[in-house]
Design a binder for this molecule. Structure first.
Ligand code: S3P
Length: 430
């Protein structure tokens, strides 16, 4: 599907972003391992989380969806059944990686695959530590790519230093560790999102976190927990950047998660001089949430690198867009992980924003954005990457001419109502 976006006179209104994708995956997987019923409100509506739901159903978990509320009956650690067919994680790396941690400990055979993009995503980083735990797990391409074949086994705890700050990898190992004999400790190079740790603690798991080190003692049983899932900061971020770079904007974002391991985009926008107010901070479902108001801002360029990167890993295409509208230069380093996301997000962001008129140099691990350029619009592609499709949609709102986005339906992975929300906030005439 192709989508056409025109520059608009003004952006105004309130927006409640869809439920958080990362928390939704974890809430449904961990409650499936618990024994008993759980209710998940504001479950993420995107295709990625429903890939997880389909796989869990194929493993024998009863899950009912009614008006954005998921009710499930956890089967307990021994209640999963062998799937009768290949499990399909579709476009979702969180699904395949977190489920691999679970399947590695089940007494049956599973094969997990995904779409063309997922089948090119690195799995060696997962296969290696799971094998150290005693898992029998294989992948295509010399054990580096999906599909994965897993014959479940009795696992043992390990001490492991993650080679990358990846919450998917950390979570997969924590899930496997629930079923292992002996303690597992995991050391991260930098803190990544900690939703798994928060939920596990709420469910009664024995978990100790000390900076970047986590120790988990295997459990006998997890208690189910009802979760009211906060709005996804990664979806809210599109409106925060839209409001900051549009010359006539005021947008209020309601009830978005502001977990410090995810809120790097707020810090960066403030660092760039954005007129952004974070209001009404509170705790909901074990996670900090807040409302935010963003207004048209005069941004200045900034530098981002190091431990900030995992805190805004999914928002980097948006930082590049914001940098194009800032005074001076914006530099992004240490973000080589973006090369192995749903697309090569460094190459694709540089190519597509440049097509629209931005001035960006590509680096192996990031980009240098020369700010102060007006975007002209043009014909561009999402590379079937949801976050790129939405970044280009926002770029279209601030470009002079028309922007045509190919493969715009990719937004459905995390934010199916994105194009409707964009229309709703947009005022074309003055
Ligand atoms: C996610 C972790 C990140 C992020 C992805 C969701 C998660 O990936 O990019 O969109 O839910 O754990 P990595 O773990 O590969 O960094």
């Amino acid at each position: 599907m192709e989508r056409r976006v025109k520059g608009c006179a003004s952006l105004r209104g309130e927006i409640a972003p869809p439920g958080d994708k990362s928390i939704s995956h974890r809430a449904v997987i961990l409650n499936s391992i618990a024994w008993g019923r759980a209710k998940l409100e504001n479950f993420a509506p995107g295709d990625d989380c429903f890939a997880t739901v389909s796989c869990l159903r194929a493993l024998g978990v009863e899950i009912i969806k009614e008006h954005g509320v998921l009710t499930l009956s956890g089967v307990g650690r021994e209640g999963f059944r062998e799937p009768t067919d290949v499990l399909n994680a579709r476009n979702s790396a969180t699904t395949i990686r977190l489920l691999a941690g679970l399947l590695a400990a089940q007494p049956f055979l599973s094969i997990v695959t995904g779409d063309e993009s997922l089948r090119s995503r690195p799995m060696g980083r997962l296969i290696h530590p799971l094998r150290l735990m005693g898992a029998e797990i294989w992948g295509r391409g010399g054990d580096s790519l999906p599909p994965l074949a897993i014959r479940g086994n009795q696992l043992k705890g390990i001490d492991y230093h993650l080679p990358v700050a990846s919450a998917q990898l950390k979570s997969a190992l924590l899930i496997a560790a629930l079923f292992a004999q002996g303690e597992t400790t995991i050391e991260e190079p930098a803190p990544s999102r900690d939703h798994t740790e928060r939920l596990l603690r709420a469910m009664g798991a024995k978990l100790q976190c000390d900076g970047t080190r986590i120790a988990l003692t295997p459990y006998t049983s997890l208690s189910p927990v009802d979760v009211c899932i906060p709005g996804d900061i990664s979806s809210a971020a599109f409106w925060l950047v839209a409001g900051a770079i549009h010359p006539n904007a005021r947008i209020k974002v309601l009830k978005a998660g502001v977990n410090p391991t995810r809120s790097g985009i707020i810090d960066v926008l403030l660092q760039m001089g954005a007129k952004l107010r974070v209001e009404n901070e509170r705790m909901d479902g074990g996670e900090p949430v807040a409302d935010m108001v963003i207004e048209s801002s005069d941004l200045v360029g900034t530098q981002i690198a190091g431990s900030l990167i995992p805190r805004l890993i999914d928002e980097i295409p948006l930082v590049a867009l914001a940098g194009s509208f800032a005074r001076g230069t914006t530099t992004i380093r240490d973000a080589q992980e973006l090369r192995v996301k749903e697309s090569d997000r460094i190459g694709a962001t540089v190519r597509e924003l440049s097509t629209l008129g931005a001035d960006i140099d590509e680096l192996p691990d990031g980009m240098i954005i020369h700010g102060g350029r007006k975007l002209e619009g043009g014909v561009c592609s999402s590379h079937r990457d949801h976050r790129l499709a939405m970044t280009l949609g926002i770029a279209g709102l601030v470009a002079r001419g028309e922007t045509v986005i190919h493969d715009a339906e990719a937004v459905a992975m995390s934010y199916p109502s994105f194009w409707q929300d964009l229309e709703r906030l947009t005022i074309y005439g003055i």
